[in-house]
Write a protein that binds this ligand. Structure first.
Ligand SMILES: C[S@@+](CC[C@H](N)C(=O)[O-])C[C@H]1O[C@@H](n2cnc3c(N)ncnc32)[C@H](O)[C@@H]1O
Length: 406
């Protein structure tokens, strides 16, 4: 039996329950939902799988050392008691990130600095040399969390944030990143038994994440590496076996369509779809939502992130959103529409009453996710109270070709 330990998965505020659902489907034990995080028990295999398969996790952390300290000197002294050579080598480049929620300590950067000193000083005392600190490209990344006088040091097993799946040609420019997009789709309760549409798809993130969910493709297949690959106990064979396990893949019989009025956005979406190897699975089209009939078939789930005012002036934005409300009312009867945005004033102009409203936070940036079921004559469908991931990700009967790591 392999050793089990505590693991912490970080996410956006508002996606914790979805992440807990994903973890349950992965076989995690003792799942506890926190604020922007979910903790659970698992072994090395689950740690690797969490990085590879979770769609709504930003980072997977492994707590390695907890102690109490009430002053910076005490923090440094306690930190020096841990044997850092048990988790990294002198030639590893390392970095420290921190979050401090305590009146006892000054800002979190200072705590990070103190941990860096404790680690580097211990190596210097033992080996006569300090390891190199590289905040941009560390091989070993530590994360310190301080709550009151409780200090926990964790190893970051992900490395680069997991929202950087690796298929986007210009990462970090879309307002809705990969983790948030996947979270919205899972929150909507889409069961993959209907078409999926983003009629204002921009660079295509929501449509691409929908395709990854629909076909059961793990989000980790595009990653070049994970932080745990530098760990002293790294098991390459185990990672390869997770990488080559295609038992989650399945067929999907409906359509995934992304549309955008801008030819630049269409180009960018096509490039991302191509990078994700989804050219035959995601249909990207150039069209204005106002000047074309609804794509796909009624019953489809629509999730979209309309323009929020970067280029549109306030009055233009008001009329754009009110036109959008009319357009959904007239052309999208029978569709299950969800809109995400952070411009609350603009969203009010839609003129439709949402059947539910959810608030999500990407850092300090709040986004509202509103549900407009456009089913004529029926009561608005309630939002999926709990997400049935088995239903959202039914297991594939027919395995696909074996994935090979690049
Ligand atoms: C906020 S962006 C969407 C970003 C997208 N979620 C992503 O991942 O990149 C809004 C998009 O709506 C598009 N748009 C604006 N007016 C439109 C219209 N009338 N019909 C279709 N798309 C439109 C814009 O070109 C822009 O790409």
């Amino acid at each position: 039996m392999s050793e089990k330990f505590e693991i912490v998965a970080k996410t956006y505020q508002g996606l914790e329950e979805v992440l807990a659902g994903e973890l349950q489907a992965l076989g995690a034990e003792s799942i506890k939902v926190g604020s922007r995080s979910v903790s659970f028990m698992g072994d090395k295999e689950l740690l690797y799988k969490s990085n590879f398969r979770l769609r709504t996790a930003l980072r997977i952390l492994k707590p390695i050392y907890t102690f109490n300290a009430r002053t910076v000197e005490e923090f440094y002294g306690q930190a020096k008691k841990f044997d850092w050579s048990s988790v990294m080598e002198l030639n590893h480049k390392f970095a420290v990130d921190s979050v401090v929620d305590s009146d006892l300590f000054p800002h979190s950067r200072y705590i990070a600095l103190k941990l860096k000193d404790a680690i580097a000083d211990q190596f210097r005392d033992k080996f006569g040399k300090r390891p190199f600190i590289d905040p941009k490209n560390p091989q070993i990344q530590f994360f310190v969390s301080v709550t009151n006088d409780t200090c926990t040091i964790m190893l970051d097993s992900s490395g680069d944030s997991l929202h950087r799946r690796g298929y986007r040609h210009s990462p970090d420019i879309a307002p809705i990143n990969e983790v948030l997009a996947a979270g919205l789709i899972l929150l909507s309760g889409w069961d993959c038994k209907s078409d999926f549409i983003d009629p204002m798809c921009g660079s295509g993130t929501i449509a691409i994440e929908a395709a990854l969910i629909a076909y059961g493709i793990p989000p980790g297949v595009f990653r070049q590496n994970f932080g745990f690959e530098y760990w002293l106990d790294f098991d390459d064979e185990l990672l390869q076996s997770i990488y080559n396990d295609d038992s989650m893949e399945r067929d999907f019989e409906h359509h995934i369509i992304g549309r955008d009025i801008s030819s630049r956005a269409v180009e960018s979406a096509l490039l991302n779809v191509k990078n994700a190897g989804l050219l035959k699975k995601v249909d990207i089209q150039a069209a204005s939502i106002f000047e074309s009939p609804a794509p796909g078939a009624p019953g489809a789930v629509v999730i979209t992130n309309p323009p929020f005012g970067e280029r549109l002036k306030r009055e233009q934005l008001e009329s754009f959103y009110s036109q959008l409300g009319d357009c959904f009312k007239q052309k999208y009867t029978g569709y299950d529409v969800w809109i995400v945005g952070s411009n609350m004033e603009a969203l009010r102009n839609i003129g439709l009453r949402p059947s539910s409203k959810l608030s999500l936070f990407n850092g300090a940036q709040e986004s509202i996710f509103e549900h407009f079921p456009m089913f004529s004559g029926t009561a608005p469908k309630e939002m999926a109270a709990s997400i049935d991931l088995e239903q959202a990700q039914p297991r594939l009967a027919k395995p696909k070709a074996v994935l090979k790591r690049k």
